[in-house]
Design a protein around this ligand. Structure first.
Ligand code: AMP
Ligand code: GLY
Length: 419
């Protein structure tokens, strides 16, 4: 089959790498891609992902049998609906279901309707109502902007002052104010074809920029899969109590979900509770999941996009542990430097590690350079998380990128548990 993969980050490089190895993938096209993805793709197409009609024209012109959408923005903008109208199977939900990521209040209403465990909450749309809600909940409390905020619209307030400031700052914008959940966070990724759901993998990421999970939030500085805290029993329970009822609700409302459902969970003493949904693979979680996939990913994604998941063979996973460590440009996430030369990727990959690329570019002379933000995802695998960590950091040592920095403690919480 001919596949068009959309996106240009580390997540998409990992997807491209894995898809290109599948027996069922005859041609892999990527757009707009990056220099890493060019290593695996048959062709890289320039494309403005904000141009939905242009994207559909590209898929149509290529005769694509499947479009795989990496980031959420084109989904929220309705790309999947337009592809469906053009008769092209799309891995990624339609605009209606993509509201799971686009609107926190939408997700909360599904939880209410379908009895899905989540934090108690209240929706407000004025400073007055927001302050009253904080009064009722007490602290700690969580204040969330209702809308796509790229992870930046959330304040976990430990004091009343912080909570009130977040409410005042939002003015009369719609907020979701919710109970603070205590526990450990883990991410669950499930495939969903509109009818059936299938557990894919668990992962954990490190969102803060600094060692020990300190400093400002980022898109993620590293991740590993599986997440041992999400045991098989807890994963089953989350699939049963959270993911399956969500898919059922959406399908009953005529918003069948086709794609990967990324559930951010809090593992509380009362069991897993939903923190949030994303309608895509996590980045960098995807980079840690792809090397674990043993089966034909392209076939599975096609089954998801065309509603045949139940009949398809479950996607086989390797027993391995995988860790990915992000190398970002200095200054990230506030700003970041561009243009710094990157060398040593081949050497880093000699012993089986793999370096997925995100913010990279080719200079006129062909030199690989940083394009800012998160730049590389150095990914190692092993029989244990410790082995995976050692493989990733050993590979990282061989990379020469003076303008980059990384966290040296990815996995610390998990690795610290058994000494
Ligand atoms: P969200 O964008 O909803 O995932 O929130 C961002 C982060 O805020 C999450 O990854 C959690 O670390 C934290 N968070 C969100 N909601 C809660 C909650 N109800 N209780 C505790 N922490 C939360
Ligand atoms: N790593 C977090 C995310 O992809 O949203």
């Amino acid at each position: 089959m001919k596949i068009l993969l959309l996106g240009s980050g580390g997540r998409e490089d990992a997807l491209a790498w894995r898809l290109s190895q599948c027996g069922s993938c005859e041609e892999l096209h990527v757009a707009p891609g990056n220099p890493g993805m060019a290593r695996w793709a048959d062709e890289v197409h320039s494309l403005d992902l904000g141009d939905i009609d242009g994207t559909v024209r590209l898929a149509h012109g290529l005769g694509a049998d499947l479009v795989v959408v990496g980031p959420e923005a084109p989904l929220v903008a309705g790309l999947a609906d337009k592809l469906e109208a053009a008769g092209i199977p799309c891995f990624g939900p339609g605009k209606g279901a993509a509201m799971l990521e686009g609107s926190k209040s939408f997700t909360k209403r599904i939880c209410d309707d379908a009895g899905i465990p989540t934090a108690a909450y209240e929706e407000t749309a004025s400073v007055e109502a927001g302050l009253a809600a904080i009064e009722r909940f007490g602290v700690p409390v969580v204040v969330k902007a209702d809308g796509l905020a790229a992870g930046k619209g959330v304040t976990v307030a430990m004091t009343r002052e912080e909570a009130e400031e977040a409410v005042r700052e939002a003015g009369d914008a719609p907020l979701v104010i919710e109970e603070f959940l205590e526990g450990e966070e883990a991410s669950l990724f499930a495939l969903c074809d509109g009818e059936s759901v299938q557990f894919l993998a668990s992962a954990q990421d490190h969102k803060r920029v600094g060692e020990g999970d300190t400093g400002p939030n980022t898109g993620g500085m590293g991740a590993y899969s599986p997440a041992p805290v999400l045991t098989d029993d807890l994963a089953d329970r989350a699939m049963r109590e959270i993911v399956a009822p969500t898919a059922k609700w959406l399908s009953e409302q005529g918003m069948a979900y086709r794609g990967v459902l990324y559930a951010g969970l809090m593992l509380t003493k009362d069991g897993p509770k939903l923190i949030e949904y994303n309608v895509r693979f996590g980045d960098p979680e995807c980079q840690a999941i792809m090397p674990r996939i043993a089966g034909d990913l392209a076939k599975a994604l096609h089954a998801v996009a065309s509603g045949g998941l139940e009949k398809a063979e479950p996607l086989a996973l390797e027993e391995a542990h995988v860790m990915t460590v992000v190398v970002a440009s200095k200054g990230y996430p506030a700003g970041s430097t561009k243009g710094g030369a990157i060398n040593g990727i081949e050497a880093a990959e000699e012993d089986g590690a793999i370096v997925f690329q995100a913010g990279t570019a080719r200079a006129d002379d062909g030199q690989l350079v940083a394009a800012g933000g998160r730049v590389l995802n150095v990914t190692g695998a092993g029989e244990s998380l410790e082995d995976a960590r050692d493989a990733a950091y050993a590979a990282l040592e061989k990379i020469d990128f003076a303008d980059g920095f990384h966290r040296s403690d990815i996995g610390w919480r998990e690795l610290g548990r058994d000494g």
